[in-house]
Design a protein around this ligand. Structure first.
Ligand SMILES: [Zn+2]
Ligand SMILES: [Zn+2]
Length: 269
């Protein structure tokens, strides 16, 4: 596909995460309808916790086989119309990374996205979208983001400025944080995601959490690679071509280098 404009989205959830709607096939049909060439599923990954903790925003490990089989069969059914990839959106949990690496290999996952949602593990309930209200939690977010990127496992960093979900205003500490994240992304050749679920939220609520223009101005200045991710939690999200268009126009206005596709990692190959 070198040199040819590709319409690809790698950020797609399914009902298994308990906060998304639509059947797996609905997402595929919406993607085809909207002219996507590539649809990557990246539902919130399961983890094998040491405790009896049960997360309420991701599939339990027991549903993973159903996820894999359902998408595999859709990949086969629609192979002449769209390329389907089987991925996951994963956090960076230091004590579970060995398990994750083995899991990705064993299950032959195509790629993973980095959603730096929680500090260390969600068993301790430190959601960065809620705790980043001061410099200390912001630093923890940045540290995890960089350490995670350094593992080389993730194809891109989703909603890189997730901290703006709750940080009161984009101040000097946010500027510093953004510079550190962008530096690492640039050094490690990891694209940054311009997140359309966040854009939809901003537009509906007349607010600016993520994506935040201050972050993207820094990313553009530092010549980072960008990629647009729908972060679909409803198959209809894939059909919103206006939002897709506005995001690309905005990034182009910053003269960002925008990738139209990524090369999957293909774990286990
Ligand atoms: Zn989600
Ligand atoms: Zn996410």
């Amino acid at each position: 596909m070198e040199g040819i404009q590709v319409k690809a989205n790698y950020h797609t959830h399914t009902r298994r995460c308990m906060h998304a709607v639509g059947s797996d096939e609905d997402y595929v049909k919406s993607a085809i309808k909207s002219g996507f060439d590539v649809l990557g599923f990246s539902d919130h990954t399961p983890w094998k916790y040491e405790s009896d903790f049960k997360a309420n925003m991701r599939m339990p490990l027991s549903q993973f086989q159903d996820y894999y089989q359902s998408i595999s069969s859709l990949r086969e059914k629609y192979k002449d119309q769209i390329e389907i990839l089987i991925g996951l959106e994963c956090e960076y949990y230091p004590k579970y990374m060995d398990w994750l690496k083995q899991f990705l290999k064993d299950e032959k996952i195509d790629y993973i996205l980095f959603g730096n949602h929680y500090q260390k593990t969600d068993e301790i309930h430190r959601y960065y979208g809620r705790i980043c209200k001061d410099a200390e939690s912001l630093n923890a977010y940045v540290e995890d983001a960089i350490a995670g990127m350094e593992t080389g496992l993730y194809s891109y960093l989703a909603h890189p400025e997730l901290f703006m979900r709750c940080y009161p205003k984009f101040d000097e500490a946010c500027r510093e944080a953004s510079i550190h994240i962008c530096e690492a992304a640039k050094r490690l050749h990891i694209p940054l995601e311009y997140n359309l679920a966040g854009l939809a939220y901003n537009e509906q609520m007349h607010t600016e959490e993520y994506p935040h223009h201050c972050f993207w101005e820094i990313a553009a200045e530092m010549e980072c690679d960008a990629i647009v991710g729908v972060d679909a939690h409803d198959n209809q999200d894939l059909e919103n071509s206006g939002r897709w268009q506005r995001a690309h126009e905005y990034l182009n206005s910053l003269h960002m280098h925008v990738l139209d596709h990524i090369e999957p990692h293909y774990f286990g190959k």
